[in-house]
Write a protein that binds this ligand. Structure first.
Ligand SMILES: [Zn+2]
Ligand SMILES: [Zn+2]
Ligand SMILES: [Zn+2]
Length: 83
């Protein structure tokens, strides 16, 4: 296993229905969010464009900075072989 020196717990907080405050995930972090730098665990990690993001930043990335455009109606030129 290749460790990156990450020795933190996941910093992602979840909204709890019974509480006003978010509950920290607390699982062992495997990466840091590319945007905000939060420690994120395997379950909270979102990957896009080869980077790791937390949920919030992933949403933002997807909307604003993702180079992989949302699936638009892909136009495929149908080539007809005329004989
Ligand atoms: Zn983030
Ligand atoms: Zn987590
Ligand atoms: Zn992306």
């Amino acid at each position: 296993m290749h460790e990156h020196g990450l020795n933190q717990n996941c910093e992602i907080e979840y909204a709890a229905s019974w509480s006003d405050q978010g509950l920290p995930c607390g699982k062992r972090a495997v990466a840091e969010c590319t945007d905000c730098g939060k420690a994120i665990c395997e379950e909270c990690k979102m990957e896009c464009c080869g980077d790791s993001y937390c949920g919030y930043c992933y949403d933002y990335h997807e909307t604003h900075t993702c180079v992989r455009k949302p699936v638009q109606s892909e136009r495929r030129s149908q080539e007809r072989s005329t004989a």
